[in-house]
Design a protein around this ligand. Structure first.
Ligand SMILES: Cc1ncc(COP(=O)(O)O)c(C=O)c1O
Length: 374
């Protein structure tokens, strides 16, 4: 038999579909006013501290960056009272997920996670030929932690938990995390993907992974969401130095870039910007939740910077998505997450949300005529 150029498990993968870029919609529809509420970014933009650090760093881009990223790591160590050997940096938290699968996951090993969770990790796991075991969610959209624990076997290498989860915005509680950890053997690595940590940390029963010290848990966090610099790609991971040390062996030495390291450092130092971000998010979240409820939807309570709603069918999701695009508002249909009968709306600025409401006011009468109440 002829040998294949590309392994079958790669051929079967589908390319990740990001939220529609603003420029693309502007080009397609000739619109000038566009509100992108599709990728859970920070609508307030980057911190001025981050911009200053990045701008200054432009003069040094003829040099390779510090491969140990001392400045940024030290700032993280100070913030979280950690040692540098417990931290890894990467091109976004997805960059670190890439290191994790490269270092620890082998073909046919199993990854246990929930159905309909963050696709980025699922693609990476499949890209090394691992076997995905995805457990159905509970009716309230939360991870079914008990069912996940039951799926853990000798062959389970990774348990992946997005906490809070994207695209549902739900979270596993301290109690659920304790339950899960009782069922995780020492040969299994738990990834706690806390991309939305800053938004969720106020919940009394949210298990902030910094308060735990498990040798087999890796926490992932990012500068892409609350810190507002997704465009430069910088994320960080915490874990036992044995795991982190091994991740460094497969890490590309100069990731993240100089600009990313500097921008992240600046963002980390601008606490007021983070507070403004969280305040805007809380106010706009409450308004959006109310708007959706008042208009007959049943939004999934979320502890993040987005809200997901059930439309009832893929046709209804695409109708809403396309009609809102005509108004210059980009939301996210969730077909790729195998939730085609749902859409996700990111929280924007006050102006962006007013734009959404105006567009929805125009679209919803036709939507309801076609698909009935939400
Ligand atoms: C749960 C989750 N994890 C990770 C990421 C990726 O973040 P980063 O930009 O740090 O790679 C996202 C982005 O949407 C996410 O929703």
């Amino acid at each position: 038999m002829q040998k294949k150029l590309v392994p079958e498990y790669i051929e079967k993968l589908e390319v990740y579909q990001a939220g529609k870029p603003i420029e693309e919609l502007a080009r397609e529809k000739g619109l000038t006013k566009i509100s992108k509420l599709a990728s859970n970014e920070n609508p307030l933009g980057p911190s001025p501290f981050a911009i200053r650090e990045m701008t200054n760093a432009l003069w040094d881009v003829h040099r390779y960056p510090d491969m140990f990223a001392h400045q940024l790591k030290n700032a993280l160590c100070e913030l979280y009272r950690l040692k540098p050997q417990n931290i890894i940096l990467g091109n976004g938290s997805e960059g670190i997920m890439g290191y994790i699968v490269r270092a620890f996951l082998q073909p046919n090993e199993e990854v246990v996670t929930s159905e309909n969770t963050f696709i980025g990790f699922l693609i990476l796991a499949k890209s090394v030929g691992a076997k995905l075991i995805q457990v159905p969610r509970r009716p309230d959209y939360k991870y079914d932690v008990k069912a996940m624990a039951e799926k853990i076997t000798e062959n389970t290498k990774i348990v992946y938990i997005a906490n809070p989860d994207n695209p549902t915005g739900t979270y596993i509680t301290k109690e659920e995390f304790d339950y899960l950890m009782k069922h995780v053997p020492s040969h299994t690595i738990v990834i706690l993907d806390e991309a939305y940590f800053e938004f969720a940390q106020g919940q009394w029963d949210y298990p902030d992974s910094m308060n735990y010290r498990y040798d087999n848990v890796i926490t992932l966090r990012t500068f892409s969401k609350a810190y507002g610099i997704s465009g430069i790609r910088c994320g960080y991971g915490f874990g036992h130095e044995y795991l982190i040390g091994n991740l460094h062996k497969v890490k590309l030495p100069f990731e993240p870039s100089l600009i990313a390291q500097k921008g992240a450092y600046g963002a980390l130092k601008d606490y007021p910007h983070l507070l403004r971000t969280l305040e805007n998010n809380k106010a706009r979240y409450d308004e959006l939740f109310k708007y959706l409820t008042d208009h007959g939807f049943n939004p999934i309570p979320s502890v993040t910077n987005f809200i997901t709603i059930k439309t009832g069918s893929e046709e209804a999701s695409l109708f809403l998505y396309n009609e809102l695009l005509n108004h210059g508002v980009i939301i996210r249909p969730l077909r790729a997450n195998l939730m085609p009968d749902h859409v996700r709306i990111s929280i924007g600025t006050k102006e962006e949300m007013s734009h959404l409401y105006e567009a929805m006011d125009d679209v919803l009468p036709r939507y309801k005529q076609k698909f009935g109440g939400a």
